[in-house]
Ligand binder design. Structure first.
Ligand code: NAD
Length: 442
């Protein structure tokens, strides 16, 4: 099939590369000229394991190309994916301006398509961006407003569930594919596109598909805040949240995933999607109290942890603290809504000297914190530090040589914000250890 993807970010680029790899002809569009130039050179504007190889191979084999011209992609394609950003406004409402401008450009292009012999004449526009319920209808209205002809154009909702860090594998083996289509024929075209993946497909209305994405993210975020609330209680009652979560997780109705206590969730999706859902419910006069509590617990986690650090270390002014991990989660360079931002901001505001290391996110972190001391390894971070804070659970931090870390640090103090270390082991190595909801035997 001929496919156009508008928006070459984490979702659009991965989706485009995977569709090309499955044998489709894909044109990737982005307004960001710099991004397109980088991609045309076969380089990656983002860090995503395995992406460069698959992009280059499909470019070399002529199935994947990049342009800044939306019209070029729209004319040549039967299926047009919108995968642009949907950031939050200050009040939590989703900013749909990128989606609206992509829809307007599609409509404007279709307006001239009748006279263009090289253009395909049947179009399906697919919202892959995460958008509030009703956006399918909005996109359809915008396209119709501009196109002023009878070329058939249907709008589908096909939300994306890939996770940064394992995006390629997720796009090739999704747990489910949601196709919110206005009618059977349109749904069939999407089924044909995805059939090769041999994964479960669920056909729904456009509005249900839009809700499925938000409801899924809201549920996962709820699990995280739930276990964090339990962690906070465990600390008070003398239980260990990791043991509690393990004991709960073997119940298949509960499941083990997303039951890891820590500093809470960040990233480009959960925080904004939950605020968006709350905003939509407020608009419908439904008080989504449950999700408001999820946000409250999440926002409280870094502050609780900082209080722990201050209680142990006292006034942080003039002290040196090492930060392990900056990205919002491991295996990505994405710093959007990363917990490291609030932790480091608070420390800097208190006059703390912060040293930090992240395997891939430091370039992005420098845009937020240009003046931190960035290090080349966890060991360099430990050198002279009076406390070490684990913020992102990169695998390479799990098996550090703790004797070496201790010998480098000024004070053997570990604040494990992701519970990656065994408290007893840390104690036996001579560290004073703090985790989230952990029980440490005296
Ligand atoms: P991103 O910010 O990484 O990329 C968006 C891209 O769209 C940018 O490169 C931007 O330049 C481009 N763009 C904006 N307007 C454009 C236009 N009119 N024409 C062409 N290009 C345009 O965003 P992302 O992380 O890939 O997320 C995209 C959408 O997918 C969002 O709605 C997000 O919520 C959703 N989503 C993201 C993830 C994730 O893990 N990042 C997962 C599932 C769903």
């Amino acid at each position: 099939m001929n496919i156009c993807i508008i928006g070459m970010g984490y979702v659009g680029l991965v989706t485009g590369a995977v569709f090309a790899d499955l044998g489709n002809d894909v044109i990737g569009v982005d307004k960001d000229k710099g991004k397109i130039e980088v991609l045309r050179k076969g380089l990656m504007p983002i860090y995503e394991p395995g992406l460069e190889e698959i992009v280059r191979r499909n470019m070399d084999e002529g199935r994947l190309s990049f342009t800044t011209e939306t019209a070029l992609g729209v004319k040549k394609s039967e299926i047009i994916f919108i995968a642009v950003g949907t950031p939050p406004k200050d009040d939590g409402e989703t900013d749909l301006s990128f989606v609206e401008s992509a829809a307007a450009e599609i409509g404007q292009t279709l307006d001239g398509v009748e006279e263009d012999d090289s253009a395909l004449r049947y179009k399906i526009v697919v919202n892959k961006s995460t958008v509030p319920v009703g956006t399918g209808a909005l996109v359809s209205d915008i396209i119709e407003k501009y196109k002023r002809n009878t070329i058939p154009c249907h709008v589908v909702s096909n939300p994306e569930f890939l996770r940064e860090g394992s995006a390629i594998a997720d796009a090739l083996h999704p747990d489910r594919i949601i196709i919110g289509a206005p009618n059977r024929e349109v749904a069939m075209r999407l089924i044909e596109l995805y059939a090769v993946l041999e994964r479960p497909m669920i056909i729904t209305s456009v509005r249900s598909a839009e809700m499925i994405k938000y409801a899924s993210n809201a549920f996962l975020a709820t699990k995280i805040s739930f276990v964090n609330a339990m962690a906070n209680l465990c600390e008070l009652v003398g239980a260990d949240v990791d043991e509690v979560a393990k004991g709960m997780g073997y119940d298949p109705r509960i499941g083990r995933d997303f039951l890891r206590a820590g500093l809470g969730f960040g990233g480009s999706c959960f925080p904004k999607d939950i605020l968006s859902l709350i905003h939509v419910s407020d608009e419908y006069d439904y008080d989504l109290k449950m999700l408001k509590s999820v946000v409250e617990v999440n926002e409280g986690q870094p502050a609780r942890f900082l209080a722990k650090i201050r209680q142990e270390m006292g006034d942080l002014r003039g002290k040196t603290v090492g930060i392990l991990g900056l990205a919002f989660k491991p295996n990505t360079d994405d710093m959007r809504e990363a917990v490291s931002i609030s932790i480091i901001s608070s420390m800097l505001a208190n006059g703390t000297a912060v040293k930090a290391y992240d395997p891939v996110a430091m370039e992005n972190a420098k845009k937020i914190f240009p003046h931190l001391t960035y290090c080349h390894s966890a060991y360099e971070v430990a050198e002279g530090a009076q406390g070490l804070v684990v913020v992102t659970e990169w695998n390479e931090f799990r098996q550090l040589n703790m004797d070496k870390i201790k010998s480098l640090m000024k004070e053997p103090l570990i604040f494990d914000g992701r519970n990656i270390y065994d408290p007893q082991k840390m104690k036996s190595k001579g560290f004073k250890y703090y985790g989230v909801g952990r029980y440490i035997q005296e």
